[in-house]
Design a protein around this ligand. Sequence first.
Ligand code: KG4
Ligand code: ZN
Length: 357
Amino acid sequence: MKILGIETSCDETAVAIVDDQKNILAHVINSQIALHEKYGGVVPELAARSHADLLDKLILQALEQANLSLKEIDAFAVTAGPGLIGGVIVGVMAAKALASVYKKPFIAVNHLEAHALTVRLTTEVQFPYLLLLVSGGHCQILLAKAIGSYKKIGETMDDALGEAFDKVAQMLGLPYPGGPAIEKLALEGDENFFKFPRPLIDGTKNKDHPFDFSFSGLKTAVRRQIEKLTGQEFSHTTSAAKLSNQDKANIAASFQKTAADIILNRLENVMNSEHLNHQKAEKLETLVIAGGVAANRHIFSKLKSWAETKNLTTITPPIKLCTDNAAMIAWTGIERLKLGMTDSLDFKPKARWPLDF
Ligand code: KG4
Ligand code: ZN
C-alpha cells in the first residue's frame, strides 16, 4: 500500500510517499523560511500563494523520486487542518482532485494527529502513550489511546512553546524560526545566569491549572531583562544590538532551561495525578515528544532523564520528521486506511481542529 501525503498548513510545502512497510519512498519539502524571515513570522497570504505556486511541481518531484506514477498510488492524504486556512485549502483541493481523477480514497488528516503518529513510522510504539505535543502553534499534553482517540490533559493558556522560542529569538535579534537559533546560542550561555519566572508554578496563584502551560509571562520577563541590561525601553529595532553576545547567550540558555523546567513540572503533575489513572486502561510505558520543539536536544535530554525515574521510555521522531513534513501525513493516511477510515470529497478544510475529537 502506497500513499501520497501533502502538507501545506503552515510554511512548508511538502509531499511524501510512504508505504505500509514504513518505507519513505519520496520526501520533498520546500521551506518558506526565506519568504517570511524578514517579517519575524509566517504571513498567511504569502504562504498560501507560495503553496499554490509550488505544490504541483513537488508532487511530480516526489513521484519521480519514488519512481512511481500517479496510477500506482493507493490513496491521497492531506493535512485538512488545523492550520493557516489559505494553505490548507491549497493542499486539500489538490488531494481531492487527485483522489477523484484516479478514483482512490481521500484521507483528511489532522496535522496534530500526524505529529502524534510519526513515532509509529520510525519506531514500534504501542498505544497508550503519553504525548507532549510542542510546536509553533500548539503546546499540549495528551493521552494517545488509539488512532483517532486522544484525551487532552493539559494545554497552553496563551503562547505555544515554539511561538515563545520564536518571540524570544526575535527579541534577541536571532533569525526565524527561533527554536534552533536559541538552542545553538544557549550552548555558549549559563543557564543559571538569569532567574526567569515559571508562570502557573511559582507563587500561590493559579494552582488550579496543574497540567496547563503559560509562556507569556516568561516572554515578558525576558523583555524586562533586556530592558534592564540595555537601560532603555524595549525596541525591536535597537535593543538586540545593544546586548553583548554573552548576555544574549545567557538569556537564551536561561530561557530554554526555564521552558524545560516548566514542561517537566507539568508532566510530573500529570504522572502523579489520579486523572491519568482514570483515563488509561493499560500500563503507560512511553513518553512521546512530538512537534517542532521536539527537535530541541536540551529539552529532550532533560525530559528523558526525568521519564526514566517514572519507568517511561522517551521517544521522539528523527529531527527532520519533528518539524512539519509530509511523511507524517502520508503515514497517518496509512494508519487510517488500514482501519478503513477514509473521508468523503466534501470534507471541509478546518482552521481549528482539536485533537481530542
Ligand atoms: O511542528 P512545526 O514544524 O510547525 C508547527 O506545526 O507549528 O514547529 C515549528 C516550531 C517553531 O516555533 C520552531 O521555532 C520550533 O518548532 N522549533 C524548535 C526547534 N526546532 C524547531 N524549538 C526549540 N528548539 C528547536 N531545536
Ligand atoms: Zn506542525
